[in-house]
Design a protein around this ligand. Structure first.
Ligand code: 6MZ
Length: 340
């Protein structure tokens, strides 16, 4: 059944926090066309990329990671990164997101001369553009396929740019590749430097073997946490670790069978902290208000419950106490107007 326009309208207007959004997966179809046109004008659009279309369904999560072979060709120089980051922030702001933690893996490209440092500094130059409709922070991602040396490089870059609103480090990437153990020294360093850490956790069943190592590390948040055995569940619930929930991403990439069986139902039942997020809104064609609509419809949440869920998310952001207090004030003012 199609959601009511009243609910859709409410979920767009609701002030929201987005904490799990990969930059290169969040590029909207409109921006992809803009970047294709730009490459065409520069004479650098090859035939394979020109013929590529974002698929509307995926057979397996593995097919998702293969898409970046194309997407990364669109964002291989600083200007493309600038356009991409700005458009993504504009789109989240237009969808009622008031606080946004973007995340991205610093990338270099020999042909264009882009370095990991120039990549990150470009992203941050946009993140820090003055605007009063949204607050933006950055998490630096370490890809599971990275070497330990590359992981240290990411932490060093995060440290160098820390004063420019880098708030945390993430473990991401193809869930069937690499291992956390191999990269752990870099995460230990990040933690010792005081960075917050979020880890993609048990997105597929095969990841469960490394769950004890990930949890023993003491992450501040977890991404997905789809497959939980009793020990993981006890640890996560016992330590109140917030979970970043990406319903559409999980259903489209088929790590979860349906919205009805999505593991967020357990978190709702246990009143465990979670945050609705988009993951890759460009590839999965779903913005954050739509994730709220889906959750509301699937689990029969009313408007007050949706507001509470959004309000609670403020406690799990990686920014400082002052920012949290400011956001709570914004949310409370909105609540007064909306519900009185
Ligand atoms: C794990 C994911 C992901 O960093 O180049 N990424 N990693 N699970 C997911 N669930 C579907 N979605 C995206 O953004 C793209 C990168 O984010 C990670 C992948 O490593 C992908 O290459 P950035 O901005």
């Amino acid at each position: 059944m199609a959601p009511s326009t009243d609910l859709v309208d409410f979920c767009v207007r609701l002030p929201k926090v987005e904490l799990h959004a990969h930059i290169n997966g969040s590029i909207s179809p409109k921006t992809m066309h803009q970047l294709m046109d730009r490459k065409r004008a520069m004479g650098t659009l090859n035939e394979e990329l020109a013929a590529w279309q974002v698929p509307d369904s995926l057979e397996r999560i593995h097919d998702f990671f293969a898409l970046f072979k194309y997407i990364y060709q669109l964002t291989e120089d600083e200007e493309a990164i600038r356009i991409t980051t700005r458009n993504i922030i504009d789109e989240f702001a237009a969808d009622g997101v008031k606080y946004l933690e973007l995340r991205t893996t610093p990338r270099k490209n020999q042909a264009t001369g882009m370095t990991k440092e120039s990549y990150l500094s470009t992203v941050l130059s946009v993140v820090n553009e003055p605007r009063d409709d949204i607050i933006v922070r950055l998490i630096v991602s370490i890809d599971r396929r990275n070497t330990l040396e590359e992981a240290f490089e990411a932490v060093d870059l995060a440290t160098k740019f820390r004063s420019q609103n880098v708030v945390g480090i993430d473990l991401c990437g193809d869930v069937s590749k690499g291992s956390f153990e191999a990269l752990k020294p870099a995460f230990d360093k990040a933690k010792s430097l005081g960075f917050k850490v979020t880890l993609h956790f048990n997105e597929i069943m095969e990841n469960m073997v490394e769950a004890p190592a990930l949890l023993a590390f003491g992450p501040d948040r977890l991404g997905h946490a789809t497959f939980l055995d009793d020990a993981s569940r006890q640890h996560i619930y016992g330590n109140n670790i917030p979970v970043e929930i990406c319903m559409t991403s999980n259903v489209v990439s088929k790590t979860v069978d349906s919205y009805e069986t999505h593991h967020v139902k357990d978190l709702l039942k246990e009143k465990h902290p979670f945050v609705l997020c988009t993951d890759d809104k460009g590839v999965f064609f779903s913005d954050l208000s739509n994730e709220f609509v889906i959750c509301a419809n699937t689990f029969k949440m009313n408007k007050e419950e949706l507001f509470e869920s959004s309000y609670r998310a403020i406690d799990y952001i990686f920014a400082d106490t002052k920012t949290k207090e400011h956001l709570k004030q914004v949310w409370n003012e909105w609540r007064m107007q909306e519900f009185n």
